[in-house]
Design a protein around this ligand. Sequence first.
Ligand SMILES: Nc1ncnc2c1ncn2[C@@H]1O[C@H](COP(=O)(O)OP(=O)(O)OP(=O)(O)O)[C@@H](O)[C@H]1O
Ligand SMILES: [Mg+2]
Length: 564
Amino acid sequence: MQNILVVDDIAENCYFLEVLLKGNGYEVRTAQNGAGALKSARDHHPDLIVSDILMPVMDGYALCREWRADEHLKQIPFIFYTATFTDQKDEALALSLGADRFVIKPLEPEALLKIIREVLAASRSGELGASADLPRQEGEFLKEYNEALFRKLEKKMADLERANQELQQTMIEQKRLEGQLRHVQKMEAIGRFSAGIAHDFNNILTVISGFGSMIQVKMPMDDPQRGRLEHILAAAERAKNLTRSLLTFSRKQEMELKQLNLNDCIRNVEIFLRRIIGEDIKLAISLCGEEIPVIADGGHIEQVLMNLATNARDAMPDGGILSISTDLVDIDEGFIRMHGYGTLGRNVVLTVADNGIGMDAATRQQIFEPFFTTKETGTGTGLGLSIIYGIVQQHKGYISVYSEPGRGTTFRILLPVIEGDVLPQSAALSHQPLRGGQETLLVVDDEAAIREYLEMFLTSLGYTVLLAGDGQEAIDVFRENADNVDLVLIDVVMPNVKGCEAALEMRRIRSDLKIIFTSGYPNDLIHKQKLLEEGMQFLMKPLIPTDLAGTLRTVLDDGIGYII
Ligand SMILES: Nc1ncnc2c1ncn2[C@@H]1O[C@H](COP(=O)(O)OP(=O)(O)OP(=O)(O)O)[C@@H](O)[C@H]1O
Ligand SMILES: [Mg+2]
């Protein structure tokens, strides 16, 4: 039986060759390095040696050199089997030292066995021999040997460098994902906290404004306490708006989700956005050519756009460009792995970008938290983006921000797009543009900004608009135009003559007058307080374009007079 010496410092490699060779009828001895191999060979005189190159104590090159210089061993064939020294120059050095073969790992077992058989056969027939270029100059050998080691070292260094870079990349990625997770957890915690506060506050406010309104109804018009009570009620209303915003942030606000085309939503509010940003800021809208069917609450999406536009306006005090665009994208697992969020499949990216003042990292970190604002007291409550955050979450979407100081801000909102068959009736719904009319409307609100806003919007829908700043003025304007006014849109809470009193008075002048009340008070509260009777139409502020346009048409078209 022929005897093969296997030399490798890695135990698994030795074991693999041992099993392979024994299984094919050879006797096998192993050694862990060149020095061990020389000792074993001198004791047992093998028929063949298969040796690795890179090994501690004595490497393969040194072993081969000693082998060929040894009178007793030099006739024994020598095969290098290496995974690390793979350069042609490495092979040349090995052969010049007297190796019979230079084999690069890994090799199919059959191929390796074939080489071993060939070498053994050639050795038996005397074709092989100590073919080393001996005697070699010591200096020459050392030079080539050093070069081989140097090449190896360089390669190892490069591998190490690459591995290091990969590791660093993985660590950065890990850190980013950890940061993202922490941020999500923080937002969840703030969300629960605000939901709790908002819920309890709502109950408290219901009591304050409920009883307040009851007292107000019974109170004589000339009661000296009336003004104070009105302050209380107005403050309660502001607090209600605030708690509503908190509920939206914490995803506790009811949504009216239906299928709609996101591009239509943007077109619907375009006119408002222009109004919000003013003339110094250019609005550039670029909508994706295809329809974008999403399941969404149109009013809330409009609110997202309006809040983003308001922030953009504040960030561009000297003018600039606000651009809004929609694009369809396909989200795959790679995207989700990289960003830590996303819904697989078709999505739409709604991008809202400005070239305003931008934000630094510390600001960026906190913008979605409720009450975080960098604006002066009285100019911002810090709820705009929190509301957006809640709305986007409730739509199973994601919002991200890119911003640098002085380089503007880009918000991207990712929303899943409905795939497959689109429901026909919903599709019809989503295409409905805002419906207007030719009628004359009397708009009554004590806030000049709201009057201005409503006038602009309603005029754009084709209506003729008359304005009044309080109840008394409303009565006066109505008296002059009693036959022309088709509907009165009136705020409930106003100084001097209240909305409901003014409405009563106008009804006395014309009994079939149609009236829509607006207020921050919830619908049912006003019912309970008997401020208004069943059948009235009532719109909650803020007045969302779609809701307002729709309610106006419903009331104007159905011919019913709304009774107080
Ligand atoms: N487009 C933007 N450019 C620069 N900074 C922005 C932009 N949008 C938001 N911010 C920063 O984020 C903060 C929070 O915005 P958010 O809309 O939540 O509140 P706000 O605008 O301060 O107040 P509110 O919206 O309640 O009136 C802002 O105060 C501002 O510092
Ligand atoms: Mg804002």
